[in-house]
Design a protein around this ligand. Structure first.
Ligand code: KIV
Ligand code: ZN
Length: 506
């Protein structure tokens, strides 16, 4: 079977979309997950766009060993030089340069003639090639470009050393039929097309990104650019999990293989959702809670007799925790460790100890601890560790008074570096009062609330409440997550984590 290269751009196209920004530690955590997922290429960022982006691309380049690491660059000398500086220590570096080829983009955005764009494609690819053998060239807005001109640009880029040629559907405008024909046209028309791998990069504005990418593959593309959970500009990019599972499930239609370890899909998806403070829509293909018939509560006769009547994929193939063993207050560390291993979490002694302590606290509050609770503990622990600010505030205690006939009051005591700080505030409800009391102590920079999300981890009245908060300040977002059977405590913890990050960034 021919191989399809999976090029993941979660950390570049995904991260640059509003509400998805990540700090350095979060990006490294995502890169490690992508390496375990076995994507072929990680586009780690756009090195020239900010010093922070440069640092994250270069740190990921030196951390990741088993994937190609790419940085994006516009087709100009400065961008390419900085991109190379950022990726040069990677085990397998790639420079990904792009220039727009549609009349609209050339005239109104670049203010360049087609001849100038053609020349830039040629000379800048050659410039990048002086540094690096692995060069990707993208013709931005390719699907709205004049085909003959696009073919000339692609030919020039390949002649100058591009080893991958990417055909982006930048505004999500194309259709499957058109994408397939465009790739076929380029492969048949461009004289040196056999010297490069063709790639597709589809946006999802019309909900066609996955279909268009797969059609591109049928037309001869051998690289798909995608993001985990379909994150990305506007309606997002092709979702990695959809493209990979569609090819795996319909091998009769797509006789190709990828090197993706599909059992890492669920975990990677959850880590990324947790970091950016979002949750999978319930009906999101592959990773949404209702994507499996029994999760959606379908108990028809057929499903009960044979799951295949309604399920075309198995949750196990995606690493979705199954099993019904329930742990409780008498379960020891060993039982916890075994169960976590079955759920795919191999923790070191220190992490296991921290989870065990949190597990015991939970056992005092809940009769039984489910797999969903354990997964929440582990992911929130690892996210906390990754995103924690080293000398931030922590909750010591709080006390809240609320009723439907008085103004809510909250007293909060926070600690930092061994010192304790107390404050009390009135509020429009207990959460407002708690956040105001914390603001009195921390005095965070001006910010707005983008998201306050609360949901239960499992069924039952004693379920864990999972709170995610997203604050916005200076165009950047800061997320915090809190987990507790007490939703006030979960909210307070989520808010402290978000404002700690906000303060650290200022
Ligand atoms: O959508 C797009 O055209 C891009 C390119 C920079 C590859 O993201
Ligand atoms: Zn894009």
């Amino acid at each position: 079977m021919e191989k399809i290269t999976i090029f993941d751009t979660t950390l570049r196209d995904g991260e640059q979309s509003p509400g998805c920004s990540m700090n350095l530690r979060e990006k490294i955590e995502v890169a490690k997950c992508l390496e375990k997922l076995r994507v072929d290429v990680i586009e780690a960022g756009f090195a020239i766009s900010s010093p922070g982006d440069f640092e994250s691309v270069s740190t990921i380049a030196s951390t990741v060993k088993d994937c190609t690491v790419a940085s994006l660059a516009r087709a100009n000398i400065k961008d390419i030089d900085v991109a190379w500086d950022a990726v040069k220590h990677a085990a397998d570096p790639r420079i990904h340069l792009f220039i727009a080829t549609s009349d609209l983009h050339m005239q109104y955005k670049l203010k360049k003639s087609p001849a100038e764009v053609l020349e830039a494609a040629r000379t800048m690819t050659a410039h990048a090639k002086k540094y690096c053998s692995n060069i990707e060239f993208s013709a931005e807005d390719a699907t709205r470009s004049d085909r003959e001109f696009l073919a000339r640009v692609v030919e020039a880029a390949i002649a100058a050393g591009a080893t991958t040629v990417n055909i982006p559907d930048t505004v999500g405008y194309t259709t499957p039929q058109e994408m397939r024909e465009l790739i076929e046209y380029l492969r048949n028309t461009v004289p040196n097309s056999d010297k490069a791998i063709f790639s597709v990069h589809c946006h999802n504005d019309l909900g066609l990104a996955t279909a268009n990418s797969l059609a591109g593959v049928l037309g001869g593309a051998r690289q798909i650019e995608c993001t985990v959970n379909g994150l990305g500009e506007r309606a997002g990019n092709t979702a990695l999990e959809e493209a990979v599972m569609a090819m795996n499930t319909r091998r009769d239609e797509f006789p190709f293989e990828t090197r993706i370890d599909t059992t890492q899909i669920y975990h990677t998806s959850r880590v990324i959702y947790n970091i950016i403070g979002q949750r999978a829509p319930l009906n999101k293909p592959i990773v949404g809670k209702n994507a499996f018939a029994h999760e959606a509560g379908i108990h028809q006769h057929g499903v009960l007799a044979n799951k295949k009547t309604y399920e075309i994929l198995t949750p196990e193939s995606l690493g979705i925790p199954q099993g019904s063993i329930v742990l409780g207050k008498h379960s020891g560390k060993h039982a916890l460790e075994e169960r976590l291993k079955e759920l795919g979490y191999n923790l070191d002694a220190d992490e296991l100890q921290k989870c065990f302590e949190q597990f015991k606290v939970l056992c005092d509050k809940k009769k039984s601890v489910s797999d969903a609770d354990l997964t929440a503990i582990v992911t929130s622990r690892s996210i906390q560790d990754v995103t924690a600010v080293s000398d931030g505030y922590e909750l010591d205690w709080f006390s809240v008074h609320t009723s439907n006939f008085t103004t809510a009051t909250c007293t909060v005591c926070l600690k930092k570096n061994g010192e304790k700080f107390e404050s009390v505030a009135l509020g429009d409800g207990p959460i407002d009062a708690a956040f105001k009391a914390m603001d009195n102590i921390v005095n965070p920079p001006e910010h707005s609330f983008e998201l306050y999300d609360i949901h239960s981890i499992s069924e039952g009245k004693d379920t864990l409440g999972d709170v995610t908060l997203r604050l916005m300040s200076g165009g950047k977002n800061y997320t915090g997550r809190g987990l507790s059977t007490d939703i006030m405590e979960a909210s307070i913890k989520a808010y402290i984590r978000a404002i700690n990050k906000l303060c650290a960034a200022q």
